[in-house]
Ligand binder design. Structure first.
Ligand SMILES: C[S@@+](CC[C@H](N)C(=O)[O-])C[C@H]1O[C@@H](n2cnc3c(N)ncnc32)[C@H](O)[C@@H]1O
Length: 335
């Protein structure tokens, strides 16, 4: 039997379909253990982003011990049949992965995939290669710890994995017309290749059903889905896949770092119960409006450029290239 170290506080109850304002660790520790079907966590990466109420410049050790604490709090909340995703940057991916390994040894979860989200449109660096990826760790709850060889299972897994909701056409089907191809397609690879150019070409349809990579872009400021008030909003298409594959209608989806409310907005659209924590009262209020809109209409909240104070102007005029004096002299002489 998997070792369970989960404890319930006597008075813990779970409210759903809301965003709680406050520190997520405190909030999670007051919630009942084994109560959440799907957790998606996109914490601040400690890279100096400007948030409303959070300082994203912490000492290394401080950030790491905080990370272990919130990961542990998530593991406590996760149902044995649940799923847990963590999105993290390069800086702390290795330590976070090692911590998840320890939780697996302790019988609290099982690690399933290290997914790489490959995007373009990142920041241009001056003296090193441009960053174009983030890490997504996918784990399932402790029920998987009891299985003899978890990787050999092909059906009746104790966790939710709705293959049919995310399967894509295989190359055997689309390119080679191979009659042996599974007519139900194949599962996407664990590298999700996200290009805004492709998204723009597809009219912001960020996921191509014929593509086995996850063709979902980072959100550019000009995308209708992008809110103007949060620094690092994720694309809904990414959450849509995660929520569809790892939960069912009526399940509870939890996001400890709600931010602009992306996870919860998609969960609401897909008829899941949603619950989040957010430190900033301002983000919380705006995220709640977004989620309620999605719950009511079943549609994403879209806004025009003018709502964001962006004017679509003419392309900026290219600056005249600087010319050396010698070149200028030659040009004058020639004319
Ligand atoms: C990377 S953002 C999440 C973005 C979100 N995935 C989205 O798509 O909008 C991290 C969020 O965590 C919030 N935050 C930071 N520390 C927190 C804490 N201790 N408890 C709850 N929220 C916190 C920040 O205010 C920020 O909005």
């Amino acid at each position: 039997m998997a070792k369970s170290t989960k404890k319930n506080s006597a008075e813990s109850k779970l409210r759903v379909d809301t965003i709680v304002q406050g520190d997520c660790i405190e909030q999670m520790n007051g919630m009942p253990a084994d109560s959440i079907d799907l957790i998606f966590a996109d914490p601040p990466y400690n890279i100096g982003y400007k948030y409303d109420k959070y300082d994203d410049n912490r000492a290394d050790e401080d950030y790491l011990s905080w990370t272990y604490d919130w990961v542990d709090a998530c593991a406590r909340l996760l149902k044995p049949t649940g799923s847990f995703y963590v999105l993290i940057g390069d800086e702390y991916a290795a330590e976070t992965r090692v911590h998840l390994k320890q939780l697996q040894r302790d019988g609290q979860l099982v690690f399933r995939n290290w997914i790489v989200w490959h995007y373009t449109f990142g920041q241009n660096c001056k003296l090193k290669f441009n960053r174009s990826h983030a890490h997504l760790f996918y784990c399932v709850g402790s029920a998987a710890c009891d299985l003899k060889n978890v990787d050999k299972i092909t059906k009746d897994a104790p966790w939710t994995f709705n293959r049919e909701t995310i399967a894509v056409a295989s190359a055997r089907q689309t390119v080679y017309g191979d009659r042996r191809a599974n007519p139900k397609g194949k599962l996407p690879d664990d590298t999700w290749y996200l290009r805004p150019q492709a998204a723009i070409d597809a009219g912001e349809q960020l996921f191509d059903p014929d593509c086995d990579t996850w063709n979902v872009s980072r959100l550019c400021g000009t995308f209708k889905e992008r809110v103007a008030w949060h620094p690092c909003q994720l694309p809904e298409a990414m959450l849509e896949r995660i929520i569809k594959v790892s939960s069912n209608e009526g399940d509870i989806v939890f996001d400890p770092f709600a931010g602009s409310g992306t996870t919860l907005a998609v969960a609401a659209r897909l008829n899941r119960h949603w619950l989040g924590c957010e430190k900033s009262p301002d983000y919380r209020k705006k995220a709640l409006d977004r989620v309620k809109h999605c719950a009511k209409t079943g549609e994403p909240l879209l806004s025009d450029l003018s709502d964001k104070g962006i004017e679509r102007g003419k392309p900026r005029k290219k600056a005249e290239p600087k010319r050396s004096t010698r070149e200028q002299v030659t040009r004058v002489t020639q004319s």
